[in-house]
Ligand binder design. Structure first.
Ligand SMILES: Cc1ncc(COP(=O)(O)O)c(C=O)c1O
Length: 396
């Protein structure tokens, strides 16, 4: 039997990277050693003390029952304590925190909570594709906010078309996937001003909150005066604690939006396995040294890769955060043709930039999610294709 798909399913965007992913699978089956720098799946394990916290909690019968619909109070308190300790931001654990089964889910739910058909949403271009999934489900219209190098990959609110002023919702994400760019407190002030003036709800996706390099700490949107009036921040444990498989994150900020997210979740889930919630408490409240060490690992990998690629003659710039490098493709190539070239000729997979939006054309995204040795190996393989006129050789 074949069943007709609902209109909602038909509206969903196609999975852009599926062709590349299947080519990678094919090469692997043929025995090739493909270096996969195309996807964003953290390669290192969850810190030991968090795994231990899960194990201990898993044997507690309290967690074998349904957990409270909106999650455990201990966890909401831990999120509130975390914001005070790390960002000096006061959060009411009762009304200003929603627990999410991963922020991917929360980002999609948010559009269901705030948008009606034909409403307008502002999305970063290039940007994380899941914003678009939620917007399409809600039958809303998107206006892209171009992120270009000349503006440090920040949206320029003054350059947006007039229709942008009617938007109901805006997505932002810094440290930014895919560009690796950072936000400044000044930019967040401009955001609050723009959102207040036009009555736009802001969702700042803070997925890479701990991964900013060169001794800087990424600012929280909620540190901006007035931010809680206009929006929320979403924060995941997937990246800071290598807990991508555990599926846990939070939305924090504006009470009204938090209430709406909790309402939709009451209809979709019975919260998250209590033992995972307790492990999240351990992650947020214990020493952050493993998270700092992880950021240092990514910073070292960034330096290794960027130095190696510069040495082979690829003109690249260093990202200031996240575990992605956003690199210009050489003349004569598009994002897709260059990604395909690297996969076929060097067996190195990178993500074509146009998969993140029209303004991603001309770039590829390279993830720092393999060891220094493999990153150097990737650079050597690219050098061997002779696509760049290298003056030095990668010999580390
Ligand atoms: C920008 C951004 N936001 C959100 C997410 C989703 O994170 P999770 O669903 O694991 O919390 C990701 C994951 O790759 C991401 O890159």
């Amino acid at each position: 039997m074949i069943y007709p798909a609902s209109d909602l399913l038909k509206r969903l965007p196609t999975q852009f990277f599926s062709e590349l992913v299947s080519t990678v699978q094919r090469y692997k089956q043929e025995g090739f050693d493909v270096i996969n720098l195309g996807q964003g799946n953290p390669d290192l394990p969850t810190p030991f003390h968090i795994v231990e916290a899960l194990k201990n909690a898993a044997s507690d019968p309290r967690h074998h029952k349904y957990s409270p619909f909106q999650g455990y109070q201990e966890l909401k308190q831990a999120v509130s304590d975390y914001y005070l300790r790390e960002y000096n931001v006061t959060i009411d654990p009762d009304t200003e925190v929603a627990i999410l089964p991963g922020t991917k889910t929360g980002l999609v739910e948010l559009s269901q909570c705030l948008l009606n058909p034909n409403d307008t949403v502002l999305v970063p271009d290039p940007g994380y594709p899941d914003y678009i999934s939620g917007v399409k489900m809600a039958e809303a219209n998107m206006i892209p906010m171009p992120l270009v190098e000349a503006n440090d990959f920040l949206p320029d609110y003054l350059a947006l078309p007039k229709e942008a002023h009617a938007a109901k919702l805006m997505f932002l994400n810094y440290p930014n996937n895919p560009t690796g760019a950072k936000a400044t407190p000044h930019f967040f002030e401009e955001t609050v001003q723009f959102a207040t003036q036009h009555n736009i709800a802001v969702c700042h996706d803070f997925a890479y909150h701990t991964i900013q390099f060169d001794g800087e700490q990424a600012p929280s949107f909620l540190q901006t005066p007035g931010a809680k009036e206009v929006g929320i921040e979403m924060l995941t444990l997937s990246k800071a604690y290598n807990m991508a498989g555990w599926r846990i994150g939070f939305a924090v900020g504006n009470k009204d939006i938090i209430e709406k997210l909790e309402l939709i979740q009451d209809h979709l889930y019975v919260s998250i396995f209590g033992a995972v919630q307790m492990a999240a408490v351990a992650a947020l409240t214990s020493s952050q040294s493993a998270t700092k060490a992880l950021t240092a690992t990514y910073e070292k990998r960034r330096n290794v890769l960027i130095d190696a690629l510069s040495a082979i003659g690829w003109e690249v710039t260093k990202p200031s955060g996240t575990f992605f490098c956003w690199l210009k493709v050489p003349d004569g190539y598009t994002s897709e043709s260059f990604s395909r070239y690297l996969l076929d000729s060097a067996k190195v997979m990178v993500a074509p930039g146009n998969g993140f939006g029209d303004y991603g054309e001309g770039y590829v995204r390279v993830a720092l999610l393999d060891s220094d040795t493999r990153l150097i190996e990737a650079a050597k393989r690219i050098e061997a294709t002779k696509i760049f006129n290298s003056t030095t050789t990668v010999n580390a």
